[in-house]
Design a binder for this molecule. Structure first.
Ligand code: 1PR
Length: 530
């Protein structure tokens, strides 16, 4: 029996599913007493430092948690739960942590790498631990902007470090108290193995200081991610299917293309080694996701078998239903997170938010991006950009951010800009991709999913010109999307641009190239991969 501290923020379903998959039963903390009496406690980390600590305060759980750790009772903290062991965090100034460990958790200082760190990285172990006993250098999933500093953690606690521009603390352990910065429940089979070791531990350990491992100068490296994307919608027969467009047109001879069932395809990609799965509810702009039970069910069922990050997009915005009931974007996002999403992706609503911001010259605080980012953290907010090329003879012909392009326009134009669209490419707006991406970062987004309507479904390779332009305008991770037609196209995009991840749909659905072949090509070309 495992006791889970579910404080109602973010995706705790994945931890539940991982525990169930490993054959254990979960019970929830009902009140402060359960924290002290639980045989084994898991404190999953979702949400920002401030929102987690405020929730613990409100529920009267701070003192019992401190007491449990003092009594050396089995405890596993994940992600922000590791950070909560410190005195505070730059993420939420003035909010006190559990102060088991001294010091403040700080934002990454790297200038070369994008922040948040989103992706698969390794760990270097510094002492023996029964929980990491099988660890053999596999990459594990991290998603965070703040990290604990090595200077604050002595050898009695230091379990593991990871490198991301600097070395930071990715694991602490003392006696029966362990916490990881990575997400074991999202780290595929390697992560499940780590979780299993914690669940399987028999009785309580009395050793508090375990033997140190030999000092090493090993460094870890973050992998470039490969993402499988499933565009999902209801077809004319009323079935929820994975579809795929050519330049966003998903109909073939009038029928919505049907490339398979979402839950089954997602599982196949997980088993083939995809680092992440993205679902885009492509008609979400006109249907309201909270009334779309089949889509929520897809997410719920997928998270039972898929232990890598899940992103879902489509229809995230405020909404008033036919009975006059108002839903905020936070309500919609919360439903997606509860159903098993780790990140949500915002398309059309991000364009409207940026238009409003540029018009007002200041933040409203009300956009979906701002609201969701404050509660769940920037790393949970992805912006899906749907741009289309607009050619011009000269940069002076437009106010937008242009590039000189190697692919001239129909009238021989040598320049173009990328116009953002809404409603799945149906409507162009007076915003370019650079304005959109940079403003969304400012509003609190943590990642850009950069599609390209001209390239979508063409199998002709990614649009490196667009990718370089947007990558150069933001310091958050960018996912290249649209146009992949071969394993070499992934190698090309990673060698010729600085994107952190590349996404494809058609070639995976049509089984032209399996994910494993993409990974092999990356390895042959010495591109860091999982
Ligand atoms: O606007 O917040 O409701 O979100 C709707 C979401 O649905 C957006 O993220 C938008 O990108 C997506 N979407 C809307 N209509 C379509 C369509 O295809 N008709 N799909 C659509 C976007 C693009 C990629 C695709 C890549 C790779 N699909 O997701 O998977 O281009 O394809 P490829 O490898 O086959 O070239 P909102």
């Amino acid at each position: 029996m495992i006791t889970l501290l579910d404080y109602g923020a973010g995706n705790v379903r994945s931890v539940r599913n991982a525990i169930a998959r490993l054959g254990y039963t979960v019970r929830d903390v009902q009140g402060p007493q359960d924290i002290l009496t639980a045989e084994k406690l898991i404190f999953p980390g979702v949400g920002s430092f401030g929102s987690v600590m405020e929730r613990l305060q409100k529920d009267g759980l701070v003192e019992p948690l401190i007491e449990r750790i003092r009594l050396n009772k089995p405890f596993l903290g994940i992600c922000v739960a590791l950070q909560a062991l410190f005195e505070g965090s730059e993420e939420s100034p003035g909010v006190a942590g559990l102060a088991i460990l001294p010091g403040q958790v700080k934002r990454f200082t790297t200038r070369e790498l994008s922040v948040p760190q989103i992706g698969w990285n390794g760990i270097v172990r510094h002492k023996e631990s029964p929980i990491l006993k099988d660890y053999q250098g596999q990459k594990l999933y991290f998603v965070h902007s703040y990290r604990a500093s090595l200077a604050d953690v002595g050898p009695d606690w230091l379990l593991a470090t990871t490198d991301y521009g600097e070395s930071f603390v990715s694991g602490v352990e003392k006696g029966n108290v362990t916490a990881f910065q990575f997400h074991p429940e999202k780290s595929g089979e390697a992560g499940l193995g780590i979780l299993k070791n914690y669940l399987d531990l028999q009785g309580r350990e009395t050793i508090t200081v375990r033997p140190a491992l030999p000092v090493t100068t090993d460094k870890t490296h973050i992998a470039k991610r490969i993402i499988a994307c499933l565009d999902v919608r209801t077809n004319d027969q009323g079935d929820l299917v994975v579809t795929k467009g050519d330049q966003y047109d998903v109909r073939n001879e009038g029928e919505v293309r049907n490339l398979g069932k979402p839950v089954e395809l997602a599982r196949r990609y997980y088993e083939e080694g995809a680092d992440e799965i993205t679902f885009l509810n492509i008609t979400g702009f006109r249907d309201f996701p909270m009334q779309d039970q089949p889509m929520l069910e897809v997410l719920q069922r997928t998270s039972e078998n898929v232990f890598v990050p899940l992103t879902i997009g489509g229809g995230i915005r405020e909404f008033t239903d036919s009975n006059g009931k108002y839903y905020s974007p936070l309500d919609v996002a919360a439903e997606y997170f509860r159903s098993g999403a780790d990140k949500i992706s915002i398309g059309s609503d991000a364009v409207y938010a940026v238009e409003e911001y540029l018009k007002a010259g200041k933040r409203s605080g009300k956009s979906a991006i701002e609201q969701i980012s404050i509660v769940y953290g920037a790393q949970a907010v992805v912006i899906s950009v749907d741009p289309r090329r607009v050619y011009v003879q000269s940069p002076n012909d437009t106010i937008h951010n242009t590039i000189e392009t190697a692919t001239s326009g129909p009238q021989g134009e040598k320049y173009c800009w990328y116009q953002c669209t809404v409603k799945g490419g149906r409507e162009g707006r007076d915003i370019d991709a650079v304005q959109l991406a940079a403003t969304c970062e400012l509003l609190g987004a943590g990642e850009i999913l950069l599609n390209c309507i001209d390239k979508d479904g063409t199998n002709s390779g990614f649009d490196h010109e667009l990718i370089r332009q947007v990558r150069g305008a933001v310091s958050i991770p960018v996912i290249a999307s649209s146009g992949a037609g071969s394993a070499q196209h992934f190698v090309d995009v990673f060698q010729e641009t600085d994107v952190e991840a590349a996404l494809a749909a058609g070639i995976f659905h049509r089984q032209e190239v399996p994910v494993s072949e993409v990974k092999e090509a990356m390895r042959r070309n010495k591109i860091e991969t999982r």
